[in-house]
Write a protein that binds this ligand. Sequence first.
Ligand code: CO
Length: 151
Amino acid sequence: MTHEHALGYAVEHHSRFARVDHLGIAVIDLEAASEPYRLLGLEPEGTDEVIASQHVKVRAFRVGDSLLELLLPTHPDSPIAKFLDQRGPGLHHLALRVARLEPEIARLQGLGARFIDTEPRVGRAGTRVVFLHPKWAGGVLLELVEHRPAE
Ligand code: CO
């Protein structure tokens, strides 16, 4: 691979990460946690969604092209419940949108990235998601999100 080729690929790749898909915020009370965002003039998008695979109820507030997702655990086994036990309510993860998940996982693995789980899970609104290990990303839990094309 030539340098030009590598650079061109990196630039093309970078553009795919240009969008923050959402920020995930761990909460212990969905209504109380919603209040500051309502006061900021934001309204929930659609109805609250329960994501069975993650044992969470999600309420999303749209902010431009991105969402704020309030995450309420629905079961003690939820990763959000464990986070709340250890750290209390607050910012939990940063989600970046990718065009296609599997090629991105393979590419990042080739670069030595550490994943929590490379088997995509179902996220909000029918998305597919994986999480990178926070130790790989400077203490930030990064989620990669693939939106299915509209049918
Ligand atoms: Co998320």
